[in-house]
Design a protein around this ligand. Structure first.
Ligand code: MN
Length: 283
C-alpha cells in the first residue's frame, strides 16, 4: 500500500498516477489528551486502519497525483534519526573534501554513533527546501528512510524488520560547516520525506534498492542500499539499544557518494526503486 498526506492534511491511497482520497478514515484515530504521546498516531494505528482504507477506496474521489501538493507522509514523528557516513565511498569523498569534513573527526560510524535531527525540520516534497544560510554550502543527501511501526526497546537485529512499518525517500539536507550535525541538519525543511509512504509488505528486500538523485537534470548520486556499512536491521537494533523507538520514528539510513551543493532555484529529483520519485524545489 502506498499512502500519502496531501493538500490540507488529507490522506491518499496511491495507485499508479492517481490517488484515492480516503481522508475520512482518519476520523478513526484515537483522540489524545495532554500529554500527547511521542508517536505518530497514523503509523501506530496503521494495521487497524488498512481494511478501512480499502473500504473507503470504493467510493473515494480519484485525483491525478499531479494535481495535489504532497506533504511529509509521516506527520508527527517523535524522532528523526540520522546515520553518519554509512557508505564507504561517501566516507572517502568526505575525507578528501575540506568543504564537507571541516576538520571534524571523520570516523567509523560504529565509533561515533547515530545523530538526531529536530522534528521541526520535517518537510514534504511540495514544501521544498528553503535555504536559510545562502552564504554556506548546502548539500543534498539522498537516503532510504525507514519508518518504525511499533515500539522497539533493545531489540535484536534478527527481529528488527518486524518493527518496520514502511519506507520513504529521505533527503537529509545539510549545511556544511564546523557545527554539530544536529545543528546543521535541523534547519526548517532540511528533512524531506516523500513522495509517499510505502508499507513494508510492498518491498521484498529493502537492503537491495537502487537509488538516484539529480539536480536540474544533472546526475549527482547513484547507489544501492546493499552498500550500507551498517545495514537496516543493525541500525534499528543499535538505535533501540540506546533509546526506545516509537511508531513513526524515522531512520535516515545514510547517504552514498555524490553529495553536492544546491542553491535557490534548483530542482532536486530523487528516486528509490520500488518506492517512486519525488521532485523537490529549492527555494
Ligand atoms: Mn545523511
Amino acid at each position: 500500500m502506498k499512502l500519502c498526506r496531501f493538500d490540507n492534511d488529507r490522506l491518499g491511497l496511491i495507485e499508479d498516477d492517481y490517488l484515492y482520497d480516503v481522508t475520512a478514515v482518519l476520523d478513526r484515530l484515537p483522540a489524545h489528551k495532554y500529554p500527547l504521546p511521542s508517536l505518530d498516531p497514523f503509523i501506530a494505528n496503521l494495521d487497524e486502519l488498512r481494511p478501512h482504507i480499502e473500504t473507503a477506496r470504493e467510493d473515494a474521489e480519484k485525483i491525478p497525483l499531479q494535481d495535489v501538493r504532497l506533504l511529509s507522509p509521516v506527520a508527527n514523528p517523535g524522532k528523526l534519526i540520522g546515520a553518519p557516513v554509512n557508505y564507504l565511498k561517501h566516507f572517502d569523498e568526505s575525507k578528501e573534501d575540506a568543504a564537507i569534513h571541516h576538520n571534524q573527526h571523520l570516523s567509523d560510524i560504529r565509533r561515533i554513533g547515530l545523530f538526531l535531527k529536530a522534528t521541526s525540520s520535517l518537510a514534504g516534497p511540495a514544501d521544498g527546501v528553503r535555504i536559510r544560510q545562502p552564504d554556506r554550502r548546502n548539500d543534498h543527501e539522498l537516503e532510504l528512510a525507514v519508518v518504525i511501526g511499533k515500539t522497539a526497546d533493545r531489540i535484536s537485529q534478527e527481529s528488527a524488520f518486524d518493527y518496520i512499518a514502511g519506507y520513504c525517500i529521505g533527503l537529509d539536507m545539510t549545511t556544511r560547516g564546523p557545527e554539530d550535525r544536529s545543528f546543521r541538519k535541523s534547519i526548517d525543511t532540511y528533512s524531506v520525506l516523500g513522495p509517499w509512504f510505502v508499507t513494508k509488505d510492498e518491498i521484498a528486500n529493502a537492503s537491495e534498492l537502487d537509488m538516484s538523485l539529480t539536480v536540474n537534470g544533472e546526475h549527482r548520486q547513484k547507489a544501492n542500499t546493499r552498500d550500507l556499512v551498517v545495514g537496516i536491521a543493525e541500525l534499528i537494533a543499535w538505535a533501540s539499544s540506546f533509546y526506545t523507538l516509537h511508531p513513526g520514528d524515522v531512520i535516515f539510513t545514510g547517504t552514498p557518494e555524490g553529495v553536492g551543493p544546491v542553491v535557490a532555484g534548483d530542482t532536486i529529483e530523487a528516486s528509490i526503486e520500488q518506492i517512486g520519485s519525488m521532485t523537490v524545489p529549492v527555494v
